[in-house]
Design a protein. Structure first.
Lengths: 343, 287
């Protein structure tokens, strides 16, 4: 059991998952399944963003769904109303979410813990109200139609589901790669130091505000990227994209998968999206199960699937280590523990 | 002039409701330092319970209100026992996520039983009072009077009774409260029960001039959070003052500026105030 599990820790496991993702359209029973998978990947990208600010930096951002909607609306409005083609509008969406993220960040991140969560809850709601009421700009409740599909430069047609799936997959792989790099970098460690203790981090000479704003901007850009891809995929968006429930969904994905881990957001999102899909009757009442699940997770498994797995692996490897190697392992243990808290 | 007075009455009505909801929120925050995101769901359940007692069981308005308060109080105690108590040593982010879990669960359950339709709840106070051109529906007067009575009763309870004093003691200093032998579990459960009851009273008072539906708690709870930030988290007078500020801002802003943006006013105010004073409008004072 342990040996099988330790295989999952090797880099080969990641390539195996990637290979499966690449082959998925070939083994999928129909186009719909590919579409569902692409949707799951889009959400996963957004959840990775939430993971940066909430998982690594420890600030519960409840406006995340709002930034997803801003990304989607920027792309949608630029292509549908202003005649931009997809890729410039796509860049526009990223810039827009980054800039707005910066502006919201410099105000909201002066607040701590509960105040920050409540403030971002309100920001999320303001975004929703603006999208819903500012009809001159956003078309209000009617939503935005005729959003351009990604331009394939004459090589591929992204209006088909399968090419789009690969496009989303490419962005997802990039998002995870970036996340992995980030978590190992000094910057990622700085974020974790802030999560573990504001004041302690500050006493180490970390500039709290600058790092928190950076984490926030990164996370909103991730959300904007996901939102823009979403708009390019469904090509019709409405104010409901900014509904607070999307933020709550993303928190569920993040928590089930494992908050603050690298693979957690992907596992949680893909897992839950498929469970919800296969149990269609759950669609409307899924929260009867996911609500208590959220509560049970934070009480009993606050580290989610990935985090609990890593902890288990770590304990097991400690128990199996021969006694004479203990001394040598001590150094390693310290590293492991660090890796675990980073994970 | 009478139009202006009309808006004052509207502001008082809204402020009373917001104040009651914010009071429950601020009490829980003062004791346990939990921003209870599920409080809006308790408010919503309160409205549905009253609706259930009145429409399905044919109970009188007052009896329905009492019944609903009892049910929501028990529900709030359950939340404390089953969810927040086990999480008391966890990082603060876990409480918030758990509270969101409760909120999602309660909403889904209500939606399963009653659907997501908008419902109208009647009240025996449908008359209209005419004070020399100033028209006030009886229900609005009832809301203002009811909120006043509840706030006074709560103040008397907190100030004049031993049990009430334990709540204040614990809000002022946890360690000090333990030192003089105050039972933390009992105080926590009692605070949650009071907070739930206040939410149910507010919902039952407000439902007849509003609609009853599963998402009705969203806006109210967010405004209640704005209020307790304005008033200082954990402060009782702050919650009442903050409730009135938001109530008046909304009534006057909605009338003189724009009705469709009136819900934004509260949040805009919050963003503005927190940008200038991150610690809230009134510094956190004693209770």
């Amino acid at each position: 059991m342990f040996k099988v599990a330790s295989l999952l820790m090797t880099p080969a496991a990641k390539y195996l998952m990637l290979a499966f993702a690449i082959l998925f359209p070939l083994v999928a029973a129909n186009e719909y399944q590919v579409y569902v998978m692409a949707t799951a990947f889009v959400w996963a990208i957004a959840v990775y963003g939430l993971n940066i600010i909430t998982g690594f930096c420890g600030q519960l951002n409840l406006a995340h769904g709002g930034f997803f909607a801003i990304g989607a609306y920027t792309l949608g409005l630029l292509t549908a109303d202003y005649g931009w083609s997809f890729w410039p509008a796509f860049l526009g969406a990223l810039v827009m979410t980054a800039v707005l993220g910066f502006l919201v960040g410099i105000v909201s991140l002066r607040l701590k813990e509960h105040y920050f969560a409540i403030f971002t809850l309100c920001v999320g709601f303001i975004i929703y109200l603006l999208i819903d009421k500012w009809e001159e700009l956003t078309h209000g409740a009617i939503g935005v139609r005729d959003i351009a599909a990604p331009y394939g430069f004459g090589l591929v047609d992204f209006t088909d589901t399968t090419p789009f799936y690969y496009l989303v997959l490419a962005f997802l792989v990039f998002a995870i790669w970036f996340m992995g790099r980030l978590s190992k970098s000094l910057l990622g460690r700085t974020f974790i130091a802030i999560r573990n203790g504001d004041e302690l981090a500050q006493s180490l000479g970390i500039n709290l505000m600058r790092n928190k704003v950076l984490a926030f901007v990164l996370s909103t850009t991730y959300a904007g990227l996901a939102g823009a891809l979403y708009a390019g995929m469904v090509r019709f968006i409405g104010p409901e994209e900014a509904n607070i429930n999307h933020t709550f969904d993303m928190i569920t994905y993040l928590l089930v998968g494992g908050i603050g881990t690298i693979m957690g957001p992907l596992l949680g999102t893909v897992g839950i999206v498929w469970i919800t899909q296969s149990l269609q009757f759950l669609e409307e009442y899924r929260m009867i199960i996911f609500g208590p699940l959220l509560v049970l997770l934070v009480i009993f498994f606050p580290r989610g699937i990935t985090g609990s797995f890593l902890t288990w692996m770590h304990r097991k490897s400690q128990a199996l280590a021969p006694t004479k190697k203990r001394q040598e392992n001590k150094v390693k243990t310290a590293q492991n523990r660090e890796a675990e808290s980073n994970a | 002039m009478s139009l202006f007075l009309q808006q004052i009455i509207n502001g008082l009505t809204l402020g009373s409701i917001y104040g009651l909801v914010a009071l429950g929120l601020t009490l829980v925050y003062g004791i346990l330092h939990i921003p209870n995101f599920a409080h809006g769901a308790l408010y919503m359940v309160g409205a549905f319970m009253s609706y259930f007692f009145m429409v399905d069981l044919g109970a009188h308005y007052w009896i329905a209100m009492a019944g609903s308060a009892a049910v929501v109080a028990v529900l709030a105690i359950l939340c404390e026992r089953l969810v927040f108590h086990p999480l008391r040593h966890s990082p603060p982010i876990h409480d918030k996520i758990a509270a969101i879990g409760i909120l999602l669960f309660l909403e889904a359950v209500v939606q399963m039983f009653w659907g997501s339709d908008f419902r109208r709840m009647s009240s025996p106070f449908t008359g209209i009072m005419n004070f020399d051109g100033l028209i006030i529906p009886e229900q609005r007067l009832l809301i203002i009077a009811g909120a006043f009575v509840l706030v006074v009763a709560l103040q008397l309870f907190l100030r004049k009774t031993m049990t009430g004093a334990t709540i204040i003691a614990m809000a002022q200093s946890r360690e000090g409260a333990f030192l003089v032998g105050i039972d933390a579990n009992r105080v926590a459960m009692m605070t949650f029960a009071i907070s739930g009851m206040l939410a149910a009273f507010a919902a039952t008072l407000y439902a007849p001039i509003n609609l009853v539906y599963p998402a009705m708690g969203h806006l109210v709870i967010m405004k209640a959070f704005v209020i307790i930030i304005l008033g200082g988290m954990g402060s009782v007078p702050g919650a009442i003052a903050g409730g009135m500020i938001i109530g008046f801002a909304e009534a006057l802003g909605g009338f003189y500026i724009s009705t469709s943006y009136k819900d934004i006013i509260a949040f805009g105010l919050l963003v503005l105030i927190l940008s200038v004073r991150p610690q809230g409008l009134f510094a956190k004072g004693a209770h």
